[in-house]
Design a protein around this ligand. Structure first.
Ligand code: F6P
Length: 328
C-alpha cells in the first residue's frame, strides 16, 4: 500500500440513495483500518468549494449503516462547473492536507470528479450511488435494490385497492432515462404492462394488451410506467387516452415520487456499500485513480471513470419477454 496518501476525503453528490451512509461508514473505517485519516465533506462539491469539512473516525459513523439518505448531505453544485469554483475546492483540500477524494454519486458527480482530477492531477475514485442503476461498469448501484423493494411494497398496496374496485392503475416510477426500476419492479409486482424508455411499445399495442387482459377475465390491472418513458404521453395523458378508447376501464394514476429514494437500505445495499467502500480506499492506497468501483457477477471491479460516465448499464431485454409471458 502507498505511503504517500495520508488523508482521504469522502463526499456524497447528486440525488441521495439508500446505502450511501453504509458506504461512508465503509470508507471511514477502511481508512482507520489502514491508519489513514478521513475527512467528510458536507453538501457534495459545494461543501468542497466552501471548505465545509469534518474529520471522521470509526466512531463518528456508528449507527448509520441502517439509515437512508446521507449524513454528509448532498447537493448539485453549479459553482463546481466553473474553473474558479474548482480552484477554490482544490485550495481547501490541499490546505486541509487531503490528497485523494472518494465521490459517492451518479454519472454527473463522476464527470465533476474526472474534470477535477485532470485539472489538478488529484487522485479520485467513484462509488456508484443512485437508485436509477444507470451506470456502466456495475450491475448494481447503491440504492437500486432498496428502491426496487420500496416500489414493490407500494405496488402491492395499490393492488389491494385496484382489485377491490376492479380498477386499472398507471403507476409512475423513477429511473430518470433508464427503465431498470420499472422493468424489475414491474415483474416483481406482477404488472400487466411495463413501459420503459428502452422499448417503444406504442399506444396501439398498449390498447390491445389491455383489451386482451379484460377479455381474459382479469378485473384489475397494474401498468408500471418509467418516468423516462418515450411513449410521448405522461401518465396522466395516458390515463385520458385509455379512458377515451377503453371506457370500460375505471382508471387511477399514482406517481410514487421521492418515497422511492428514502428508507433503510436493504441488506444487499448494505453489503454492497461495505464492499465498494473497502475497494475504493484500498485502490487509492495502491496508487490507482480515476476509476469507479462496481460489482459484476458478484466480483468487485474497477471501471475507468470515463467509461462509467459514457456508457449505461443495459436493460436485459429477456426480462421484457418474461414480463409478457407472466401477463398471459
Ligand atoms: O437520479 C435519481 C433520481 O431520483 C431520478 O430517478 C429522478 O429523475 C431524479 O433523481 C429526481 O431528481 P430531484 O430529486 O432533483 O427531483
Amino acid at each position: 500500500m502507498s505511503n504517500t496518501i495520508k488523508k482521504i476525503a469522502v463526499l456524497t453528490s447528486g440525488g441521495d440513495a439508500p446505502g450511501m451512509n453504509a458506504a461512508i461508514r465503509s470508507v471511514v473505517r477502511t481508512c482507520a483500518y489502514h491508519g489513514i485519516d478521513c475527512v467528510g465533506i458536507y453538501r457534495g462539491y459545494q461543501g468542497m468549494i466552501e471548505g465545509d469539512f469534518k474529520e471522521m473516525g470509526p466512531r463518528t459513523v456508528n449507527n448509520i449503516i441502517n439509515k437512508g439518505g446521507t449524513i454528509l448531505k448532498s447537493a448539485r453544485s453549479k459553482d463546481f462547473q466553473t474553473s474558479e469554483g474548482r480552484k477554490l475546492a482544490y485550495k481547501h483540500l490541499t490546505e486541509a492536507g487531503i490528497s485523494a477524494l472518494i465521490v459517492i454519486g451518479g454519472d454527473g458527480s463522476f464527470t465533476g470528479a474526472q474534470v477535477f482530477s485532470k485539472e489538478f492531477n488529484f487522485p479520485v475514485m467513484g462509488i456508484p450511488g443512485t437508485i436509477d442503476n444507470d451506470i456502466f461498469g456495475t450491475s448494481h448501484t447503491l440504492g437500486y435494490d432498496t428502491a426496487l423493494n420500496t416500489v414493490i411494497e407500494c405496488i402491492d398496496k395499490i393492488r389491494d385497492t385496484a382489485s377491490s374496485h376492479n380498477r386499472l392503475f398507471f403507476i409512475e416510477v423513477m429511473g430518470r432515462d433508464a427503465g431498470h426500476i420499472a422493468l424489475n419492479a414491474g415483474i416483481g409486482s406482477g404488472a400487466e404492462e411495463i413501459l420503459i424508455p428502452e422499448e417503444d411499445l406504442g399506444l396501439d399495442r398498449l390498447l390491445e394488451s389491455l383489451q386482451k387482459s379484460k377479455a381474459s377475465g382479469k378485473s384489475s390491472s397494474i401498468v408500471v410506467v418509467a418516468e423516462g418513458d418515450k411513449m410521448g404521453k405522461n401518465v396522466f395523458e395516458l390515463k385520458d387516452y385509455i379512458e377515451e378508447h377503453l371506457p370500460e376501464y375505471d382508471i387511477r394514476v399514482s406517481v410514487l415520487g421521492h418515497m422511492q429514494r428514502g428508507g433503510a437500505p436493504s441488506c444487499f445495499d448494505r453489503v454492497l456499500a461495505s464492499r465498494l467502500g473497502v475497494k475504493a480506499v484500498e485502490s487509492i492506497l495502491e496508487g490507482k485513480s480515476n476509476f469507479m468501483v462496481g460489482i459484476s457477477k458478484d466480483e468487485v471491479t474497477l471501471t475507468p471513470l470515463e467509461q462509467a460516465i459514457k456508457g449505461h448499464y443495459p436493460i436485459d431485454m429477456e426480462l421484457l419477454r418474461v414480463s409478457d409471458i407472466m401477463s398471459t
